[in-house]
Structure formats: structure tokens, C-alpha cells
Design a protein around this ligand. Structure first.
Ligand code: AMP
Length: 294
């Protein structure tokens, strides 16, 4: 595996490849790898001739009071893990390389997708997603992948990036893969490193509450208010005051009152200790006729 530290070096490393008819798979990350990241690399390795992983803790997607400086980092370990997955190129640009002096251009997806859930101005705000889409657009231009891999764990981010790629005609297929969880259900996240053992135990309420919502939907509950209330109560019982629990259309993020067979995202964000955690499930709601037919 080659570790490449600048855009110029990356261009050079990819020049020969582009002349061949090889497919490029790309996994953008902020590092501190866990099985969630590795699952994306594995799929890219299976699908594509060449696999590029980027490792860049992108300052422009962190708010002024967020954890940019504390964000966990271990590049040596990340490089070892990526190499074991058969990654060809690990691209770790510097902040100066990504945002040179005078940087003044941004990519912004409309507020219907970026001003809700995490992007609500009362929460992380739409500037978070502006930071995400700007860096991903730049990385797409640097790598020019055929396929790019994202996790369902960050469901809103995936929706926003899919829309950006479609609207701006990036010639890339965006693939969104399932959330990888620890055996007890906790969604893997680099930020789980902030949790002490008691906090980790409390954090299990997120996945437990979402699984209960999934079960209720499968058993015929159609009111998203009821699902959201049940998730909220389960969190409160664990001493967690969620930042939000919301049910929205999984494709356009519009609010949904009743499950109607279309995929609905039930998403939560909550602070547990120092960690701001997010998790979600996608439910459709079975057709009651199917339930009675058994
Ligand atoms: P991050 O390094 O947190 O920016 O994540 C890089 C990529 O890994 C994003 O596409 C995330 O959605 C994905 N990812 C993070 N955690 C998980 C997980 N538990 N399961 C699947 N994908 C994940």
C-alpha cells in the first residue's frame, strides 16, 4: 500500500492507472478505523481494481464548539489496518493542501436536505454539511473514482452526497452500506473512544430503542409519533436526553406521519458523556393486510 500525502503526489500515483481501463473504488474517512470503515474498504476491494482510501479530519465540517482538536487519531494503526484490507493507496493530505491560502469556493446542497436533523440550525447547522460536500467534491475530483462507498450510519450525509453527485454530474456511483455494530448493538464510531465503561453501557440505549421501533413497525405500528415517543422514552429511561429523535422519508428527508411502505429513517442524536452519538434504522411498516394474511 502506498501512503500519499499531497494532491500532486496522488495525481502522479493515479496517472498510470487512468490510462489502463481499471476501475477505482474510493472510501473517504476521517480515520481511527473500526469495522465500519473496514467494511467499506472490503466492499471496494471486492468491486474495484484499485482501492483508494482518504484519511482527512476535515476542519470545515466541525463547528467552533465541536471536537476537532480532540478527534481521535492514529495514522500508523490506520495504515496497518488499511493495508491488511488490501487498500492500494491511503491518501492523507494536509489541511494546507486541501484548503490553500485564499480558499473561497464551497459546494452546498439545498436546506431541505442540509437544514434538518443534524443540519438544523439549533444543532450542528447546515454549515456542517457544506463542509462535508465541499471536501467530498474536492476528493471526488482528486481521485475520480468509479464507485464511492459510504455508511448508512451517517444516513443524512449519504443522502446529501448522493444528491450532490447527481446534481453536479459527478461520474461516480455512490454505494451506501449497512451500519456495522458491536455485538451488543452499539453502532461503531470513532467517537465511541470517548466513552468510559458506564457511558458505553448507557449508550446502548440508542440501538436498543431503535431496534424496539423497528420491531413495533414490523408488528404493524404505523404512527411515527408513536415510534418516536417510544424511542425517546427508552433513551430517557437510560438517563439520556436526546438532541433529536425524528422520523423522515429516507430518500428526501421530508417529515412522515404514517408509515406507508416507503422507507422511513428513524434517526437519533444524543450526547453521552463527551461523545455526540448518532444512530438510525430504516423502517417501512408492513402492510396490515400482509400481517393478517400471516
Ligand atoms: P468517518 O471516518 O466517521 O467520517 O466515516 C467514514 C465513513 O465510514 C462514512 O461513510 C461513514 O458513514 C462510515 N461509517 C462510520 N461508522 C460506520 C459504521 N458503524 N458502519 C458502517 N459505516 C460506517
Amino acid at each position: 500500500m502506498k501512503v500519499v500525502r499531497s494532491t500532486a503526489e496522488l495525481r502522479e500515483a493515479l496517472a498510470g492507472i487512468r490510462r489502463l481501463d481499471a476501475t477505482i473504488g474510493f472510501v473517504p474517512t476521517m480515520g481511527y478505523f473500526h469495522d465500519g470503515h473496514l467494511s467499506l474498504m472490503r466492499q471496494a476491494r471486492e468491486d474495484c481494481d484499485l482501492v483508494v482510501v482518504s484519511l482527512f479530519v476535515n476542519p470545515s465540517q466541525f463547528g467552533p464548539t465541536e471536537d476537532l482538536d480532540a478527534y481521535p487519531r492514529d495514522e500508523d494503526r490506520d495504515a496497518e489496518l488499511a493495508a491488511l484490507e488490501g487498500v492500494d493507496i491511503l491518501f492523507t493530505p494536509s489541511t494546507d493542501d486541501m484548503y490553500p491560502q485564499g480558499f473561497a469556493t464551497h459546494v452546498e446542497v439545498d436546506g431541505a436536505l442540509t437544514g434538518v436533523l443534524d443540519g438544523d440550525p439549533e444543532r450542528r447547522g447546515p454549515s456542517h454539511f457544506r463542509g462535508v460536500t465541499t471536501i467530498v467534491a474536492k476528493l471526488f475530483n482528486c481521485v475520480q473514482p468509479d464507485v464511492a462507498y459510504f455508511g448508512r450510519k451517517d444516513a443524512q450525509q449519504a443522502v446529501v452526497i448522493e444528491r450532490m453527485a447527481r446534481d453536479l454530474d459527478f461520474p461516480v456511483e455512490v454505494r451506501v452500506l449497512p451500519t456495522i455494530r458491536d455485538p451488543d448493538g452499539l453502532a461503531m464510531s470513532s467517537r465511541n473512544a470517548y466513552l468510559d465503561p458506564n457511558e458505553r453501557e448507557r449508550a446502548l440505549a440508542l440501538s436498543r430503542a431503535l431496534s424496539a421501533a423497528e420491531r413495533a413497525a414490523a408488528e404493524g405500528e404505523r404512527s411515527t409519533d408513536v415510534l418516536v415517543a417510544a424511542v425517546t422514552e427508552e433513551l430517557r429511561n437510560a438517563g439520556i436526553d436526546p438532541e433529536y429523535v425524528e422520523a423522515r422519508d429516507a430518500e428526501d428527508l421530508s417529515p412522515v406521519a404514517e408509515l406507508n411502505g416507503r422507507p422511513v429513517l428513524v434517526a437519533v442524536a444524543a450526547r453521552v458523556g463527551r461523545a455526540r452519538l448518532i444512530d438510525n434504522v430504516v423502517v417501512t411498516g408492513s402492510d396490515p393486510a400482509e400481517l393478517t394474511e400471516g
